[in-house]
Design a protein around this ligand. Structure first.
Ligand code: ZN
Length: 138
């Protein structure tokens, strides 16, 4: 169930291409610095150490809803409402956050702290990372 199949395409850049295409191999790729810090949104340098040697690395794809909102306004008539816009915190690092949509559950069932897992919505050459309720404990 992907009720937002008309999702607008993201603007792909050299910096974020791995994030938007990793799902083709079933991987959620997040930049990681040599110092161990995960960095998202993608950036040219690490905010922790200033290093510039960031490389894409796969995270587990599991995390918790940090915050969310339910959009019921049809800003774009081609995108069905309602849908959930959420910020998900992957289990790998406190403070690491991904803005996404929560799918495959009623919009009113989403809660802060809810355990979620990634899934990918193919869109041409891209694989949009979305999240759904997690199966089993994180
Ligand atoms: Zn670093």
């Amino acid at each position: 169930m992907t009720e937002t199949a008309a999702r607008p395409a993201p603007a792909v850049t050299d910096l974020n291409r791995d994030f938007w295409t990793g799902g083709g191999n079933g991987k959620l790729l997040i930049q990681r610095c040599e110092c161990g810090r995960w960095v998202h949104p993608p950036a040219p340098t690490c905010p922790a150490c200033g290093g510039g040697a960031l490389r894409p690395e796969a995270v587990s794809g599991r995390g918790r809803v940090f915050t969310y909102t339910v959009n019921r306004h049809p800003f774009d008539p081609s995108v069905p409402v309602p849908y959930v816009i959420a910020v998900v915190e992957p289990v790998e690092q406190p403070g690491l956050r991904i803005t996404t949509n929560i799918v495959n559950c009623p919009v009113d069932s989403v809660r802060i702290g809810m355990e979620v897992q990634v899934l990918f919505e193919p869109q041409g050459e891209l694989y949009i990372p979305l999240f759904e309720p997690a199966e089993g404990p994180l």
